[in-house]
Design a protein around this ligand. Sequence first.
Ligand code: HEC
Length: 245
Amino acid sequence: MNQAEKEAYLREYSILKNEGKPFFPYAVAKDSAMAVIVLLVIIFLSLMFGAELGPKADPTTTTYVPRPDWYFFFLFEVLRVIKPPVWTQLATIGVPTVCMVLLFLLPFYDRSPERRIERRPVALTAGILTIMAMAYLTYSGANAGSISVVALKAPSNLTPSETATFNAGKLVMGQSGCLACHRLGDSGNSAGVGPNLARVGLYLKPAAIASTLKNPTPPMPSFRSIAQQYPTKFKDLVTFLSDLQ
Ligand code: HEC
């Protein structure tokens, strides 16, 4: 800001200040009135429609899919894209912190008195790029495959009843938390501790798969309880895995 700009700014400022009203009580009264209105609307809405509560928290579930609220999808996506664990902290804490600090310091490094947007190419570009990046990350975060769904089509050589069993077993696999450790086609955790199961039917017979599920090598947990409580589901699961060839 040069001397002439500074004087022009101060002149404008004093004119505006003379025309204006003091912050207290005018602005304070307006803000308070608006705050009361917002509060009343919220109270009204909660009385009319109630507040939705999800199902009770179940600490024993293995199928819970942690997903953030939509306004955190961009961060969720950053976390998904940046896989190596050493980078996780940097991605989730570092990137947002750097952005917040840059935003906080804006008045100190951007000293230009120019306010018209077309004369501020750097700020304009940075703003548009930020919005586009966040929109893109939010979109892909929202559409990220769920870890409780196996995205896989039944092989076309199966009969209709075999296809039904395949799909039933696929559902059991999705809901049993297997994808937290295993990868299968495009689904699952590529950084998981378990082997890729895409061809497991080629080298393991159904009986071997069943016994792996009941007596696995740690860290894989035993799924004996499925076999005991839901024998049909267990059979579907084993058949599904045997069909993966
Ligand atoms: C906590 C992680 C974890 C979970 C959850 C898990 N597994 Fe595993 N699984 C493993 C690991 C690790 C191995 C490899 C064990 C070994 O080397 O013997 C394995 C091995 C297997 C094998 C043998 C594969 C092979 O190549 O020998 C099958 C089949 C299998 N898992 C199926 C499943 C199914 C189906 C589920 C869900 C019902 C599941 N797993 C859940 C970690 C897991």
